[in-house]
Design a protein around this ligand. Sequence first.
Ligand code: IVH
Length: 659
Amino acid sequence: MADPQIVERIEHLREQIRYHNYRYHVLDAPVISDAEYDALMNELRWLEEMYPELVTPDSPTQRVGGAPVEKFAKVRHPRPILSLANAYSADEVRAWWERIRKLIPPGTPVRFVVEPKIDGLTVVLTYENGRFVQGATRGDGEIGEDITTNLKTIKSLPLRLPADSSQWSAVGDRPEGKDQPIADYRLLVTGRLVVRGEAYIPLSKFEAFKKKMAEAGERIYANPRNTAAGALRQLDPRIAASRPLDLLCYSIVEAEGLEITRQWEVLAALRALGFPVARQVALCDSLEEAIAEAEKWARERNRFNFEADGMVIKIDDLRLQERLGVVGKDPRGAIAYKFPAREATTRLVEVEVNVGRTGILNPVAVLEPVELGGVIIRHATLHNYDDIARKDIRLGDVVQIKRSGDVIPYVVGPVVDLRTGEERPIEPPATCPFCGTPTVRRADQVAVYCPNEDCSGRVVRQVDWFVGVMDIVTLGGETVDLLMRAGLIHDIADIYSLKDRREELLALEGFADKKVENLLAGIEASKKQPLERLLAALGIRHVGATVATLLAQHFGSLDALMAASAEELEGIEGIGPETAEAVRQWFGNPRNRQLIEKLLAAGLRLTADRPSARAGALPLAGKTFVVTGTLPSFSREEAEAFIQAHGGKVSGSVSKKTD
Ligand code: IVH
């Protein structure tokens, strides 16, 4: 028999670990360092190795335990795990309410709880006397599969209730209002408690996880939901443990100890016991309030750290919900108010080619118009030709398109089952569609390039870039296009000779006096931009705001920079050989030298200010960005360069520092 002091120490350690685990993974508010936490875990592991007879299944050391299984055992749920009916507009939600309202005696006060509808996998968690004993999938709603060992690997899932007993006195906190009786949630920890929740992959972890899987050559799922499903279906719990799964709970399926009669109180009780519960929940006094709440989140859905496909509106009174019954598998007392779709399918009619300022040729899908989230979509991004080949996207395919946030959609992949045999492969262009120059493909890169520096398509993009970095707001993208087509500008420097071509400008469609005045004033103002801004605007590879500032500070003038050798450039702290080479090459090119001559003649500032006047003046100085997904007019690399050119920082993953 182990020394009672050891038993006590082990119990103490477990309690400490449970508490800190809860602070970290559920509340997102740790109170000790990782090192201190690890020390507690190490001590517990050490003691449990010495006294294996004291190991219990709910010990924090047992999150990743158990041997791989052959297949999952079947589990019968204590009562049917229901689904939800959907509504796609406020009027459909009102129609739902009109239907059920007739079943409720007039005058009965009804309130609504609004919650995010997490697009993960339903899980059913069983606790006996406060200990996690079984976790199952939904299955067909009656019978699911036992995935206990995989679920135990989810750090926010409490293995023992309550997660924080020091708060136990506060758990009876009134959900609201003093007149509300204080339920004793302690009763939930005696007997059986069955909780329903959703397992999911946090969006903040999904991109990094995908990258890791790709590097390891492992299978990548298209979205976080499928990734979560794949993780929970792993027969080896160690693999499940390596997936960034998380959990949010929202229902009590069965509670032996205590009947809770309101959904709002269910959420409070789950929280008090230490379950993770979504923060974006609200109690509403009327249906219209509930609709407004749901619509607010539809607009702000990008703020969720999980994929959500709508908001659930539930009648708060659970006895009333029960009374209203079920239609098929859908309870009458709740409805999912779905967000506008972000995915649709349509036919890929053609592939157009865009060119970037560095000559990259980007394929763009021309689609049969389709409605997606209230917008008609005609074009979508096809990332690059390698991606097209990898996904085996063909002309004429029915393709799935996806749109996240407000950015333009991209083609996810073909719907292979709908192929007719008429589809044709998509080849990268052999010649540049803008200038006819044969394209090149660099061995180490996926992109196909137009190598012609004079390519009209490339120049348009260079001018766009210049205009953006120099902050010439009166010269928008479409105007640049128009001026180039009219032959009024051929390169960046031509912008500054527009003032001598007033008559020609006025002759252009839509160019009245006022507009021309504004345009020219904006251009004139840009001449005062400091040297580092100009350097960043030239679009030299690797020269963003930071490098441009270093160069301007070091050399003080464009003349001195142009005369610099590669060695001198490399000698500057913060400038590597690749950047040095790119700078030297750029200034070595006679075309570019000519361009500089023209800019000088136009009166731009080619000497630096005093050092202190710099970085702070840039509009994005001090801000940190993360670029993911697709953007309408930039590739990701361009967006990153653009941010840097405006003084912002770009980081690879979302963290507390991200603005
Ligand atoms: S309530 C009787 N609440 O959505 C209660 N479901 O399409 C029925 N889901 O199968 C479910 N978040 O897996 C409810 N806050 C939430 C939810 C939620 C996600 C899932 C659930 C259900 C599916 C229905």
